[in-house]
Design a protein around this ligand. Structure first.
Ligand code: G3I
Length: 335
């Protein structure tokens, strides 16, 4: 049977998955990654905390391993992530907290980080998530003034990060990436205005990534296709970057959470959300990749972050494809 990557290739779409190297130690996981996906994203391995655990000493080994895997399997790589408040090295955050790293030094360290990382991977990264999760949630979304980077270096640091990344690798597509911006809502409105202004000021931003961490209990995002299209109409690429669809799950006889949705309706909703989000992407010419945040339920970030929820991915714990996988295949087959 045709794989997701082959079916998607017929319509010019890359199907992606997040991968971490320990997963590549598992032969079955490795085989599915290569067969089903044409793009990979490192789940953690290109985050600052991982690449520079000690100040001045880089460790690119985990990211390199994934990039090499991708090359061998004719996959493109989404680099993730250059500027984010989370998973920063301890030496950086503690140095800022105790005042031994001034804001001017912080700015210089960031410039070096962006330049060195993008240069290290020059020519080998298709899309970079340059800036991630800078907006507040809720009905009056704004750029988060309390964000670590904005608080120390001002909102202009985001544009600077795009300029630095572009200088280091002029061929990489540079993305702004965020969650809860899949549909038309206050947060996606705020992001829309922000990226429109970046474009108007000539900042080298080329795309917007919609994470798409969906949940059955919150409904499917309102007007996702229209939302993707309005970003595309700004002259930007768009991408679904971290898709999963979580749901509350049953407990077993020992009181442990399983990967079984509470109701058949919830299972049906999961299939529908995967299908609808892929359809939204397929309906917009500038939507160039659709990436799941991993594919085996055993390795999902969801159960440890949302206790009592799970079953968020396309394959079960034993790496058998779930109906969600078939839902995506059906959509691709009939496109
Ligand atoms: O590596 C350490 C290990 O040494 C330690 O023993 C262990 C104990 O907790 O933690 C390990 O680090 C964990 C890391 O993943 C690597 O597995 C962190 O605790 C854990 O918090 C971290 O979670 C990651 C999360 O980002 C952190 O922000 C998830 O794996 C990763 O999937 C998730 O990805 C994010 C995207 O980057 C941005 N969008 C949201 C998405 C989901 O949160």
């Amino acid at each position: 049977a045709d794989s997701l990557r082959d079916l998607a290739a017929r319509v010019g779409l890359r199907m992606g998955t997040a991968v971490t190297p320990f997963e590549l130690d598992n032969a079955a996981y490795r085989a599915i990654t290569a067969q089903q996906f044409s793009s990979v994203t490192p789940g953690n391995e290109m985050k600052w905390q991982v690449v520079e655990p000690t100040r001045g000493t880089y460790d690119w080994s985990a990211g390199d391993r994934l990039v090499d895997f991708a090359r061998r399997n004719h996959q493109l790589v989404r680099g993730h992530v250059l500027l984010w408040h989370n998973q920063l090295p301890d030496w950086l955050t503690s140095g800022v907290a105790d005042g031994t790293i001034s804001d001017a030094q912080l700015r210089a360290l960031l410039h070096k980080h962006v330049t060195d990382q993008v240069t290290h991977y020059k020519g080998r990264i298709w899309q970079w998530d340059v800036a991630n999760e800078f907006f507040t949630d809720g009905d009056a979304s704004t750029l988060n003034a309390g964000d670590f980077w904005v608080a120390h270096l001002g909102p202009g640091i985001i544009a600077d990060a795009f300029r630095w990344a572009h200088q280091a690798d002029p061929t990489a597509l540079l993305f702004y990436n965020d969650y809860n911006i899949e549909g038309v809502n206050a947060k996606s409105d705020a992001v829309y205005t922000f990226v429109r202004d970046l474009r108007a000021h000539g900042v080298p931003i080329h795309g917007v990534g919609l994470q798409a961490h969906l949940a059955t209990q919150y409904g499917f995002p309102y007007q996702m296709r229209q939302n993707l299209q309005r970003f595309a109409d700004l002259g930007l690429k768009v991408a679904v970057t971290e898709a999963d669809v979580r749901t509350p799950v049953k407990k077993d006889a020992n009181g442990q959470y399983t990967d079984e949705p509470l109701t058949p309706q919830a299972q049906a909703a999961q299939e529908s959300y995967w299908a609808q989000s892929l359809q939204a992407c397929l309906a917009v010419r500038e939507c160039i990749s659709y990436t799941a945040w991993g594919f085996g339920d055993a390795n999902s970030w969801v159960p440890s972050w949302f206790v009592g929820e799970g079953a968020a991915l396309l394959y079960d714990r034993n790496l058998n494809p779930k109906p969600q996988y078939n839902a995506l295949r059906d959509i691709l087959t009939h496109t």
